[in-house]
Design a protein around this ligand. Structure first.
Ligand code: ATP
Length: 446
């Protein structure tokens, strides 16, 4: 079935408590969102799935949690204070980037214009984006006296935390290249054109890995991470026709990058980036070595070789991924002439894994259901719902993506069995309460 349109997902997200417009009682705050009970779980599950794949299930990656506000010299070394400073426009066709004042000044010849008088791309005549103002970094003040020395920035990316801790990690973790440092955290960019729900916001979450490798091995590791990262989204349920890798053309590459590819998702308005994977060479470590005066290199005692590792960086957005997972999971289908909406989220991502539903509010059903809930809660995030007819409760769980419902009915009191109902197939199985945790564990396969 075709992907749902944006409004459908925005409205479901609001109605069911995934994502709310921020500070709504005050009229909101442009393009800013708050994650509700289900959104907070979904986002946490995305982060956890990433951490599990990138850190926990590997022995060559360690995680960190670096300060958000750090020494501003970090952003000088990284190039952010310098290169985030001019208004720039991008060509939507050929993706080249220009300073609008340079186009107007005729640096590329007489500016091409459309009927409305708007300037077109000097290279291919394509449509240009709105100018984006660099510096995109939010500046703030640390301490009580506002002077030059008190300026700090909110991080526009999480990556620099890994570079500035490279030496610490090398000295304390017994890792040697190839190895990686991973981090999940909030990033802030004063985007000029935020929009499309949580696709582009000024405050968002990133999941980034900096993978340090011997220089000669960088091309293989780049290929390795491309495949690995594409697979991660596919494994978590994004179908092949909505997912692709797109290699940047030479003129799109940052000056230090010898290769960048984006993992893209087919959003309702077209393909959009979920994650960028870049071969960054030794740019970052060299910059920080130069600006800090510290040696940021690896000395291989076995070979006696000293080198600055090259870096492969898979940089993903957790909030953007959340939107893609919601869009990919959404489907409607008709069952007995009734339409049901299903969020077919991967069980690992689903906010609730299990919903416990007593058929009636009459005791002793709620008491027994509470006992069943108590058995499940140590293992999974569970919902408990005793209102409305059971059919409507199933529909609600389908719509928020709960893979399994456990229904406690009047027979349960005598036979100590419950009904396990499957979100996707709607099949029902009778299972003894004593064997329930084992049964659900096997079914969820987290
Ligand atoms: P874009 O071209 O869309 O602005 P980018 O290439 O600047 O993105 P990166 O700096 O590579 O993005 O950041 C890595 C990831 O962080 C992106 O792939 C995206 O998922 C996420 N991301 C970046 N900017 C935003 C934003 N303003 N809102 C939400 N997610 C973002």
């Amino acid at each position: 079935m075709p992907a749902p349109d944006l409004d459908t997902i925005v409205s479901l997200a609001k109605r069911r408590g995934f994502v709310f417009p921020s500070a709504e009682i005050y009229g909101g705050f442009a393009n800013t969102y708050d994650y509700g009970p289900l959104g907070a779980e979904l986002k946490r599950n995305i982060r956890d799935a990433w951490w599990r794949a990138m850190v926990r299930e590997r022995d060559d990656v360690v995680g960190i949690d670096a300060a958000m506000m750090t020494n501003p010299r970090v952003w000088v070394a990284s190039g952010h204070t310098e290169t985030f400073n001019d208004p720039l426009v991008d060509c939507k066709e050929c993706r080249q980037r220009f300073r609008p004042d340079h186009i107007e000044e005729g640096q590329y010849g007489e500016p091409a214009r459309d009927e409305a008088g708007n300037v077109r791309c000097p290279s291919c005549g394509g449509e240009l984006t709105e100018p984006r103002l660099f510096n995109l970094m939010f500046q703030t003040q640390v301490g009580t006296v506002a002077d030059e020395g008190s300026i700090a920035y909110l991080p526009p990316e999480t990556a620099q935390g890994m570079f500035v801790n490279f030496k610490n990690i090398l000295e304390t973790s017994r890792k040697r290249p190839p190895f990686g440092i991973a981090q999940v955290g909030k990033s802030f960019r004063n985007e000029i054109t935020p929009g499309n729900f949580v696709f582009r916001t000024r405050e968002f979450e990133q999941m980034e890995l900096e993978f340090f490798v011997p220089p000669d091995d960088a091309p293989q590791w780049y290929e390795y991470w491309l495949a690995e990262r594409l697979e991660w989204y596919a494994d978590l349920g994004i179908p092949g026709h909505q997912l692709r890798l797109r290699a940047h053309d030479a003129d799109e590459l940052s000056h230090y990058s010898s290769g960048t590819s984006d993992v893209e998702f087919l959003f309702p308005w077209g393909w959009g980036e979920l994650e960028g994977i870049a071969n960054r060479g030794d740019y970052d470590l060299r910059q920080h070595a130069e600006h800090s005066g510290q040696k940021l290199e690896y000395f291989d005692q076995a070979s006696g070789e000293r080198y600055v590792p090259h870096v492969i960086e898979p940089a993903a957005g957790a909030t953007r991924a959340l939107m893609a997972f919601l869009l990919a999971a959404y489907r409607t289908e008709s069952v007995n002439d009734e339409e049901r909406t299903v969020l077919g989220l991967h069980p690992r991502l689903a906010p609730y894994k299990v919903a416990v539903l007593p058929l009636s509010r009459k005791e002793p059903l709620p008491a027994l259901a509470t006992e069943v809930l108590g058995l499940c809660q140590p293992h999974w995030m569970c919902d408990y719902d005793e209102t409305q007819a059971i059919g409507r409760r199933y529909r609600r769980q389908d719509e928020i993506g709960t893979p399994l419902c456990v229904t406690v009915d009047f027979d349960s009191i005598d036979d100590r069995c419950v009904t396990v109902r499957d979100r996707d197939t709607m099949t029902q199985n009778r299972v003894p309460i004593d064997a329930l945790v084992e049964h659900l564990t096997a079914r969820l396969d987290l």
